[in-house]
Design a protein around this ligand. Structure first.
Ligand code: ADP
Length: 313
């Protein structure tokens, strides 16, 4: 056989082997991704080994990340439903029990009747608060919450919040004080921000023992206003600090002073509101000494025409 034919044959065989190897190297990992995607629709979540060329490995990596996110989101949905059911079941059980006792005559008059009606009312109020909070969070998640954007005098707003909570602080025998510098104008939703500060001061009063104090300070810093709510309460243990802004998260089951159970949603909502004002909320705490919740809200920028016109009106 002429030598050029032999060389051609060898080249052909090598080319076939190389093509088969290339095909296997690229196609096999792609087939694995395809199979995993099909299994996904049957609810099977499988991680794919990273193999083949860089581009195919990147695809497999992105697929694995997606699987992680889908699983995390499913878990958080399951936890959410479990939490809501639990939070609703507790007051409902009370309401059922006491109303049944009233119906069958076990409780029919006098102080026992008043007490039972009082418990039913308290538990119904608690369910109402929970539903309102859940609706708020659902609207934040869906992005359908509409926040007013108006020029705000935060010192006026904070004074109003503190005045409203003076009776509660007096009843808890906690000294409530306000220390506010003259503040630049901020932009935001007055009612929603009042809700945030009311919640933080309310928490601070509830977690501070008799003869303790709750202070509200507000200062202007570079481009923002910083509000601090300082209490001399029992403080929050380090291991809980990073989680108290999570939905339904409660430290020690959070049985509040007057026997009212918290929902564990207050700080989650406060954080949503502050963040939708492009602000930030943070906490630091020392066990046995107290906690400091800090909220920052940006001040009006010099070129914010809508708000400037609003101020001038
Ligand atoms: P809750 O409805 O239970 O008060 P929050 O979201 O307002 O829910 O608070 C979450 C948890 O953070 C509560 O369980 C409470 O124990 C803790 N917490 C909040 N504020 C304070 C505070 N000032 N001092 C101590 N613990 C606090």
């Amino acid at each position: 056989m002429p030598s050029f034919l032999r060389a051609g044959l060898v080249a052909f065989v090598l080319a076939v082997i190389f093509a088969a190897w290339m095909g296997n190297w690229i196609v096999k990992p792609l087939e694995t991704i395809e199979e995993a995607s099909r299994n996904l629709s049957n609810g099977e979540y499988q991680q794919i080994p990273l193999q083949g060329p860089d581009e195919v490995q990147a695809l497999a990596g992105a697929y694995n990340e997606m699987i992680d996110q889908v699983q995390a989101s499913q878990k958080s949905q399951r936890d959410f439903v479990a939490n809501v059911s639990h939070e609703l079941k507790t007051p409902l059980t009370s309401i059922q029990g006491f109303s049944q006792a009233m119906l069958d005559g076990t409780i029919d008059s006098g102080p026992a009747l008043t007490k039972a009606a009082g418990i039913i009312k308290t538990e119904a109020d608690r369910m109402y608060r929970l539903v309102v909070d859940l609706l708020d969070l659902a609207r934040f998640d869906a992005g359908t919450i509409v926040l007013d954007r108006e020029a705000l005098d935060l010192s006026k707003l904070l004074t109003h919040v503190v005045n409203q909570l003076i009776p509660q602080a007096a009843e808890a025998r906690v000294k409530l004080s306000l220390d506010v510098d003259p503040l630049p104008t901020c932009v935001g939703d007055e009612d929603r921000l009042a809700q945030v500060f009311t919640n933080l001061v309310d928490n601070a009063i509830k977690h501070t023992p008799v003869n303790g104090f709750v202070k509200l300070n507000a200062r202007s810093e570079a481009g923002l206003v910083r509000v601090e709510i300082i209490d001399s309460g029992k403080g929050i243990p380090e291991e809980h600090l990073g989680r108290i802004f999570e939905r339904f998260y409660k430290v020690d089951g959070s049985r509040k002073k007057e026997g009212k159970l918290g929902t564990g949603l207050g700080l989650a909502i406060a954080q949503q509101i502050v963040q939708s004002h492009e602000g930030a909320i943070s906490v630091r705490s020392t066990l046995g000494e107290g906690s400091v919740f800090g909220v920052t809200i940006p001040v009006v920028k010099a070129d914010d025409q809508t708000v400037l016109m609003d101020i001038m009106e």
